[in-house]
Design a protein around this ligand. Structure first.
Ligand code: CU
Ligand code: CU
Length: 449
């Protein structure tokens, strides 16, 4: 695919350098739409200005093109600085040229409908203003169209096990592959457990025998499976649950050890299945259960490797290359960039004790979990519930395929931000709000005005 695209563009470049392009000879390779952009300084910014046709005179014009169309963009250097034009979504870039009146060209074939960008890749130039949109197909109401919500509510937890005896528990999981909301105007084809990211929060008691039934939806294109880190046995269950579309597999295990554990799909290429959303948490409570708290939340972190760069609209696709290089474009809590800032509202009142079950699906990035403006009173490090918790912790490290349980009393009202303190990731979508209401205690915090 990539190779043939490369050959095609190589052929095109040769072709375009000859005047034959305009003649109609070899029309298979002739651009069906051509735009010309002139670089300039306007209103103190670096920009492209459209030249000719509908875009004439427009600053950073939006280029509207049909699906599956060969597009040529000519860049004229109008200001003499070094510039180029690139459209990463189409793997297209022009040569860099400097000198007033010099020019270069970029060619690509559009695919499916969507909204993409062109920009200048000379360092700093995109930020300085050299960027415009390429809209492919019918201009869709991306922002208005509500795409499928696959996010898991952080409040969606089963009740505590309390004082019950060990018994038998059934866990039914269904694997699906669905296009869902990722960010405003942006969608992605996720793979899920039970149409949710993360998958359902499984809550059992130490000593329980647990029967896991895994059904793979008949519309799936992949085999899926499940590996519970709480399972002692081959592959954590993955060896006996490699399940084809439309089929069901099952197994039973005894929950030997208390703790907070990750589960995930373990079908090769495992990292691909995990990044696409196939992870969740299973809590094995000790006999007698956990201490009571006022609020419990379920949050998981993951990262996505999209072929398109962060911020692009439309339906994004998976990049194997970026995943192998561990270069994510998106970081998400609970399946979308806005799951915990817009879709679901985490709330607590002053004086309440909050518990967060926090896990990292990954597949690769370790989280430095932190709540801005709070101190964790207790951290059950590595999800261990049989060890004494750490006390008074600012930031805790959570490995991919690992989890932690944190507890803290909220003492002062406000909007507290859940983050990974590797804060570049916030710029790629990783944030959550905890809204705390109540009376401010000015002994604890006092703003001066
Ligand atoms: Cu899978
Ligand atoms: Cu694992």
């Amino acid at each position: 695919m990539k190779v043939s695209a490369f050959i095609l563009s190589a052929v095109l470049l040769v072709f375009i350098s000859a005047p034959a392009l305009a003649s109609g000879e070899g029309s298979d390779y002739r651009a069906e739409m051509t735009f010309t952009l002139r670089t300039a300084v306007a209103e103190g910014k670096l920009v492209y200005i459209g030249q000719g046709g509908e875009i004439d005179g427009k600053i950073n014009p939006t280029l509207a093109v049909p699906e599956n169309t060969l597009v040529q963009i000519n860049m004229l250097n109008g200001d003499g600085a070094l510039h180029d034009v690139v459209a990463e979504a189409f793997d297209a870039r022009s040569d860099r040229v400097s000198g007033q009146g010099s020019s270069s060209v970029m060619i690509f074939r559009t695919g499916k409908a969507g909204e993409f960008f062109y920009w200048c890749s000379v360092p700093g130039h995109r930020a300085a203003g050299m960027q415009g949109r390429i809209v492919v197909g019918e201009p869709r109401a991306e922002a208005g169209a509500k795409s499928l919500d696959l996010t898991h509510s952080p409040m969606g937890l089963p009740p505590a096990i309390g004082g019950r005896d060990a018994g038998h528990v059934n866990v039914n999981l269904e694997t699906t592959e669905k296009v869902g909301h990722l960010a405003d105007g942006t969608r992605y084809k996720f793979w899920t457990f039970n149409d949710q990211i993360p998958g359902p929060f499984v809550r059992v008691r130490q000593g329980d025998r647990v029967t896991v039934k895994l059904h793979n939806d008949k519309t799936s294109t992949m085999i899926h499976s499940v590996d519970f880190h709480a399972v002692t046995g081959p592959g954590g269950g993955a060896e006996v649950t490699q399940v084809a579309p439309g089929k069901t597999e099952s197994f039973t295990f005894r929950a030997l050890k208390p703790g907070l554990y990750v589960y995930h799909c373990a079908t090769p290429m495992v990292a691909h299945h995990i990044t696409n959303g196939m992870y969740g948490l299973i809590l094995v409570e000790p006999p007698g259960g956990l201490p009571e708290v006022d609020k419990e939340f379920y949050v998981m972190q993951g990262e996505l490797y999209t072929a398109e760069s962060h911020g692009q609209r439309g339906e994004l696709s998976f990049s194997l290359e970026k995943m192998l290089d561990e270069q994510p474009e998106y970081y998400i809590f609970n399946g979308a960039t806005d799951a915990l800032t817009q879709t679901h509202r985490m709330e607590a009142k002053v004086g309440e004790t909050v518990r967060i079950f926090f896990g990292v699906g990954g597949p690769n990035a370790t989280s430095s979990f932190h709540v801005i403006g709070e101190i964790f009173d207790r951290v059950y490090h590595e999800g261990s519930l049989s060890s004494e918790p750490l006390k008074d912790v600012q930031t805790t490290t959570v490995a991919p395929g690992g989890a932690t349980m944190v507890e803290f009393e909220v003492d002062y009202p406000g909007r507290y931000l859940l983050v990974d303190h590797a804060l570049s990731r916030m710029e790629r979508g990783l944030a959550g709000f905890l809204h705390v209401s109540g009376e401010p205690d000015h002994d604890i915090f006092e703003p001066h005005d």
